[in-house]
Design a protein around this ligand. Sequence first.
Ligand code: NAP
Length: 317
Amino acid sequence: MELEQHIDKQSFLRVGLIGDPVAHSYSPRFQQAAFDACGIPARYELWQTGESELPARVASLLVPQSLGANITIPYKEAVLPLLDVVDPLATRIGAVNTIVHRNEYLYGYNTDAPGLLHALLELGVGKLREPHYLAALQGDNRLNTKDAFSFAGYTAVLLGAGGAARGAAFALVNASVERLIIVNRKLERAQRLAAELQQESNCQVFCLNDPEFLIPYPTSLIINATPVGMHVADKEGNKEAENASPMPAEVLARFAPDTVVFDMVYNPTQSQLLCQARTLGLRAVNGLSMLLHQGALAFTLWAGRPAPLEVMRSTLL
Ligand code: NAP
């Protein structure tokens, strides 16, 4: 109903990605395909935004033709105070990746956390507690995955403590992961996140700022939630970041052969971390499946209807 009101008044609707950088993103590709497939006259754009421009950029989402936005690196935490209403899940996580413009207010949501769990489940990592649970859920109810998934028995090693890492950490802890080890460059940031997580569950959470000190456990899931390894085309064409890995190969080599390495980075599709993992015979998966699922949940929030998942998926193949 809300979407139809927007369409009646305006010739086309706008939605986009706010971040710095944004050029690496595949979101326009599959979100545009979804709007087109549903016959919704909307354009998905990239909105490169410097830190000082963030408040004005978010305020600009209040124009009538705006559906909202996605938020990416490095603003998922910084955007919270700029919104009118923040969904309880996103408030707990402390990070927003989707803004919806509804009835002249800006609402914040986190679709990264459920998007990651949906992606891992599709890959056969973790379990559904109730086999029919997902089929019974509709629309944005799929955001609330509490009690739906189980990662019992897994040790998760989370590289990063920023916006995306926060979503992953809360999602895994709520899905009963046995142990969570957060490795972050700034140790205090990881410790702050660990303290918040400990209020939510009895899960053991450890923090490190150097992966060299990691002690591998069996049945490990390593998740990279840092941009290290991401393709960033700077003005000089410098691709140094793309050839870097957030975990030294010698450390990765200590993990058991059943270890799954999930890199949220998807551009390039084979990051340095994933190449190292494959060379060692570990299962290595890029962030495209998470991108798809977090994006499908965001689409549902903007459009008020289920996302055409297979249309979106086909643009990422
Ligand atoms: P963010 O909030 O800015 O957090 C970045 C994190 O990475 C922080 O923990 C930061 O550590 C760490 N970091 C940054 N540069 C580093 C470096 N050179 N060496 C070591 N650590 C570094 O960013 P975000 O929104 O969480 O995004 C993180 C990455 O995940 C991005 O590449 C993003 O594209 C990707 N992502 C992908 C998906 C998907 O659907 N596939 C979804 C969400 C995010 P400090 O705390 O020490 O600064």
